[in-house]
Design a protein around this ligand. Structure first.
Ligand SMILES: [Fe+2]
Length: 280
């Protein structure tokens, strides 16, 4: 039986990745220096806990999938996942290491458990993972991952409750996998922001901080919020907050919050929250 040792939720944005590259070359803009500093504790947690593998629930932004065929829930089952070129060329980072055996195992368990996954044996990954990963993990990135991509682009998108259930199903699968791995479950989604239409640029820092304060052991009010309400309060892309419930669903009730941080560099709220899971 593998063990979920903890997990974290973290924002992603294209600018987070570009600002990392600029920051490492010539120093960070003060707004992004705050985010860099704010992610040090998560990097320390990963350095200390050294998970054997990570399951990462994220969303693609039309960089791998397109509207010809947009899966609601997809899983990456491949030995490696290359970086998607989002239009400005590949950044200087390696491909991500996959875990084919765990990927197929989870596919079987999740499909038979009611989550009908699209299996991707070729999957390019965009800023959904590549924007924050350099902040929190040094290369080479040799911790194998199983990426699970959720449609957050074309409505209807899965509900918060459904994504929380996906997290529970992920945990149940891992606890029954016949291995002895220590696994971290990660969810990443943008916090409040809107990048289209008349409300372009709106955000809601109060909503973001309230979300972070509740996601641990007081999330019933959050999970009951319809996504339309999240979008009304925080902008259309605030719907991505629903992804964070998969991480929470994969953790037990016996958790402790290790760290929480929030800042608002530009356009999108940037937050991180880290939990240890004490259930055996
Ligand atoms: Fe996103």
């Amino acid at each position: 039986m593998s063990r979920v040792i903890g997990g974290f939720g973290i924002s992603h944005t294209p600018s987070m990745g570009m600002e990392y590259d600029k920051g490492m070359a010539q120093g960070f803009d003060p707004r992004w220096q705050k985010w860099f500093d704010g992610t040090r504790r998560l990097k320390q947690w990963l350095d200390e806990t050294k998970p054997d593998k990570m399951v990462i629930v994220y969303n693609d932004h039309l960089n791998h999938f397109d509207f010809d065929a947009y899966p609601t829930i997809a899983i990456g089952v491949a030995p490696e996942f290359r970086q998607a070129d989002e239009g400005w060329g590949p950044r200087p980072f390696p491909s991500l290491v996959g875990d084919v055996d765990l990927g197929w195992y989870m596919t079987n368990k999740l499909v038979r458990g009611g989550y009908d996954l699209t299996v991707c044996q070729d999957l390019a990954i965009d800023h959904g993972i590549y924007s924050w990963l350099p902040y929190v993990m040094d290369t080479p990135w040799d911790t194998p991952i199983v990426p699970i991509a959720i449609n957050m682009v074309r409505h209807p998108i899965p509900t918060s409750e459904r994504l929380h259930g996906l997290g529970k199903a992920i945990r149940a699968a891992l606890e029954d996998d016949g291995s002895n791995d220590r696994i971290a479950v990660v969810s990443t989604g943008g916090m409040s922001h809107q990048i289209s239409g008349a409300r372009f640029g709106i955000a809601n820092e109060t909503l973001d901080e309230w979300f972070l304060s509740k996601i641990g052991n007081d999330f019933s009010e959050l999970i009951d919020l319809p996504q339309e309400e999240l979008m009304r309060l925080g902008g259309t892309e605030a719907a991505e907050l629903a992804l964070w419930f998969s991480m929470r669903g994969a953790l037990s009730d016996n958790i402790s919050e290790v760290y929480r941080y929030y800042t608002f560099p530009a356009i999108t709220g940037c937050g991180v929250i880290v939990f240890d899971d004490h259930a055996v």
